[in-house]
Design a protein around this ligand. Sequence first.
Ligand SMILES: Nc1nc2c(c(=O)[nH]1)N[C@H]1C(S)=C(S)[C@@H](COP(=O)(O)O)O[C@H]1N2
Ligand SMILES: [Mo]
Length: 564
Amino acid sequence: MSTRTAPPAPPAESTGGPAPAPRPPAWQAAAAGLVAAAVALGAGEFVAGLLRAPSPVIAVGDRVIDLVPGPVKDAAIAVFGTNDKIALLVGILVLTAVLGAVLGLAAVRRFAVGAAGLALFGALGVAAALQDARASTLEAVLPSLVAAIAGIAALTLAVRTARHAIPAPAHPAVTDQRRSGVAAAATGGAGAGGEAWDGAAEGWRAEPKGRRSFLRTAGGLLVVAAAAGAVGRGLGARATAAASRAAVVLPRPRTAATPVPSGAALDVDGLSPFVTPNADFYRIDTALQVPQVDVATWRLRIAGMVDTPLTFSLQDLLDRDLMEADVTLACVSNEVGGGLVGNARWLGVRLDGLLAEAGIQEGATQIVGRAVDGFTVGFPTEVALDGRDALVAVAMNGEPLPVEHGFPARLVVPGLYGYVSATKWLAEIELTTLEGFDAYWVPRGWAKEAPIKTQSRIDVPRGLANLDAGRTAIAGVAWAQTRGIERVEVQVDDEPWQPARLADVPGPDTWRQWVYEWDATPGRHRIQVRATDGAGDTQPEQRTAPIPDGAAGWHSVVVQVRES
Ligand SMILES: Nc1nc2c(c(=O)[nH]1)N[C@H]1C(S)=C(S)[C@@H](COP(=O)(O)O)O[C@H]1N2
Ligand SMILES: [Mo]
């Protein structure tokens, strides 16, 4: 490639020796590289979509997520919130564009350098995709390989076209050669490299034409790249999981949940509803692209230190005795007052039942939940055996699990933060020892064992609200899964703590609404809340950060009350 496109030295008499190859303007070189990178990405997405193999871009993004140090990740989440994944993808695309431009600038000096850069991109994509346990080697290699080849081909074409546009001083000695070059190019003669160079000697007056042809080629390549990418993404998204999910018929539970008491929902505007609708339920996971599970091939394994390893299809699980439980899930990353908590009615198979059937071996102190994408959680075996409603859940609020919330099955363990328990897209439950394995977040600085801390949150009034003086509801939710909420107290400024009225709850595993009627007086006020759990422990005042085992401290808001 490189030898064919490298221009031959200009006629000797023009310089008296071998002259450096003339170069297209920098912007064209950069644009050529950028376009080549775009074509590579588009081709990669296209092949990945066709094969349903991992997208090179997503694969690289997933590796970035796994590899970035905790503090960087926390900072990214702080800045971008739950848009951190979009920010990462945009970052990857911008970086690719910049590197592509740099490769273009390199390629007009030495084409091999540009080509090598694209090959390196491809290698990066292969390396990232090989980490994806779901993909075969061929599926991991092919998209990036095709991407690199397409990128190099596009770079060849774009650089060659750019050279057509080189402004060169008209020189009588090259006139004939130039003519012959143009003629050869026009008749589509072979050996285009040489002709391309000859044509490039067109001179200043030809430049606008050359630039136009460059822009046409570059634009054409961009369109091809975008179309290939879009088609690939479309093919990849052929909704396996959505189709599987639509076909699921949920049986009625053998053990229905305790009916939610009518007094569980207080009538206060702006208060979180007792049941969080699926669409509003927070979502936290490391998956850049939601895993798409096809139930035809999906199996749940119970393995490791068990007497009898077991395997279940989704239908096997649905055919068992199912139980319902209302359980509030909480993320360890939730800040005091934050929204990474939600309450749902789960339907599933009791974990203790499944484990009894498999037969837990002596010394199996840890249960590891492994997801189809390789994510892992781990918690003490005894937690699953103490009678709490730990479930392999298949439904959430009366629907099969939404794809983002773990379709077709996930773990739900009341009282444990999600990162040590709530494995979505569950593939395996492995019995092992506590010393034998550290789950995903443990080497990243989070606690190995993480029971949920007692917490309370003020939903209304919102922080910095402007209120009218007079009767005002202060209300929110409090949770202490497995222990239950026994008391919630509210403090305005430095006045004495006042008991809030508690709503009813079906059990200790859900959050509990509370309300305090406040006679708001004009001025600026600070409102604080604290809860006491069923074990008699009151939340500590001291604020601590979420890392390593969950935020602690009292939630407070400041409001402004005007005369009314
Ligand atoms: N497969 C998988 N499961 C996962 C995670 C993940 O990253 N991957 N994150 C966990 C964390 S940190 C939390 S808080 C809960 C969140 O569950 P949700 O997204 O359904 O609210 O899922 C848990 N299960
Ligand atoms: Mo979490």
